[in-house]
Design a binder for this molecule. Structure first.
Ligand code: HEM
Length: 374
């Protein structure tokens, strides 16, 4: 999901303006912002003027990303450094073209530009980025049945899906039935950290990252799958379902990087990485769907006209539409674990630690490897 934020792919300016025109007709709110943007668009410079590394005839820009040889290839595997270099060289908006088999990509490095991009996209946005994931979803009709969820659907299909789930997920009160459990898990995690740290140095062990993932999966699972997965139990076996799920989430992101960011021939034939990717997603989805089906069974046992006020998010979505609920739960699970932990780690290491929550404050210190007052 993070990559989607950074990589706004503008397929070409004609397609963009076609969707803008359609979307703007439906746009009823925030008209003054739109007026400002429209005024700016009048003076906008042409697409071809967007700065970026110049594509050479025939070889385009690929050579710049050749591992250890090209200027960006030196940082192979480190997308953040590659992007930082591009921003330092060309500014807050960078065009990357001449990458064989890839659409021209526009990278935005300022929140103001991102806001503008989202506004001009209107209500039917096109944000193609997770193409390997979309390919998987198209190939697994038994799971997705043509509903590709928020993660990879585009335009009207995205809008229709989003309109269905918004009332059940975007209201702050939707989270109320989950608060006590999320809070309890944070308590359990803090308790576990006490037992994990070295009594002498108060340092947490080197593989502490895996513990963070367990906590994130346990928390996300309680919302997306409406169950306790048991990730916080001590000595979780390497072949336990929760540990398999965590490994799958790691592998999934690594493979998406290899398939969607690095040069790859998966669009031409079924490459080894694509096979691995399908296997990883089948494993992750297989476990998740088992839990969703259990939630469905529980729902079938209760009468449908019960008060829905205190229902979990999954139960509300299941009452609405079982297929939408299933796809949304899988989206939450795939999008909501790695993102949270990556951002927490960045914040703990580099951020100003301005958080109010007692949990995050107590968790922040050990990430600096100096646990003093837990
Ligand atoms: C700090 C952690 C997170 C970050 C930085 C993050 C980042 C993002 C960003 C930037 C987008 C927009 C992508 C786009 O342009 O379309 C997005 C979308 C999304 N995120 Fe997250 N996310 C985080 C946590 C989560 C969690 C916990 C969940 C699970 C509930 C989640 C589920 C989703 C979904 C389903 C979408 C697609 C929304 C849509 O297209 O309507 N994310 N995320």
């Amino acid at each position: 999901m993070l990559a989607k934020f950074l990589i706004a792919e503008i397929i070409d300016s004609r397609l963009l303006s076609k969707y803008c025109a359609k979307s703007m007709a439906n746009y009823s709110t925030e008209q003054s912002e739109m007026r400002n943007i429209n005024n700016e668009l009048q003076n906008a410079r042409p697409f071809k003027d967007i700065p970026g590394p110049r594509a050479l005839p025939l070889i385009g820009n690929w050579f710049r990303f050749i591992p250890y040889i090209g200027e960006y290839g030196t940082y192979i595997g480190n997308l953040t450094t590659q992007f930082r270099m591009l921003r330092d060289q060309y500014g807050d908006i960078v065009k990357l073209d001449g990458l064989i088999g890839r659409r021209t990509t526009i990278l935005l490095f300022s929140s103001e530009l991102c806001e503008k991009m989202y506004r001009v996209e209107g209500v039917w946005p096109i944000r193609i980025s997770l193409e390997s994931m979309h390919h998987y979803r198209e190939s697994r009709r038994n799971i997705y049945d043509g509903q590709y969820g928020l993660g990879t659907s585009q335009g009207k299909a995205w809008y229709d899906f989003r309109s269905k789930i918004n009332p059940h997920m975007m209201q702050p009160r939707a989270i109320t039935p989950h608060v006590a459990q999320i809070s309890q898990m944070a308590d359990e995690f803090v308790e576990k950290m006490r037992t994990l740290r070295d009594p002498e140095t108060l340092e947490v062990p080197g593989d502490f990252k895996n513990e963070l993932y367990k906590w994130a999966l346990e928390s996300m699972g309680s919302i997306a799958l409406d169950c306790r997965l048991g990730c916080l139990k001590s000595n979780l076996a390497a072949d336990s379902e929760p540990q398999i799920m965590i490994n799958c989430v790691h592998k999934m992101f690594d493979l998406m990087y290899r398939l969607d960011v690095l040069p790859s021939l998966w669009r031409l034939y079924n490459t080894r990485n694509l096979k691995k990717f399908f296997h990883v997603l089948d494993t992750l989805n297989g476990i998740a769907i088992k839990h969703i089906e259990e939630a469905e069974l529980k729902l079938d046992e209760t009468t449908l006209n019960n008060d829905t006020h205190n229902c979990s998010i999954l139960q509300k979505l299941l009452r609405l539409d079982k297929q939408v609920a299933r796809v949304m739960a899988l989206d939450m699970l795939t999008a909501g674990i790695d993102t949270v932990i990556r951002n927490f780690r960045i914040e703990w290491h580099h951020g100003p630690l301005k958080y109010e929550s007692r949990y995050i404050n107590t968790l922040a210190s050990p990430m600096r490897f100096k646990l003093i007052d837990l």
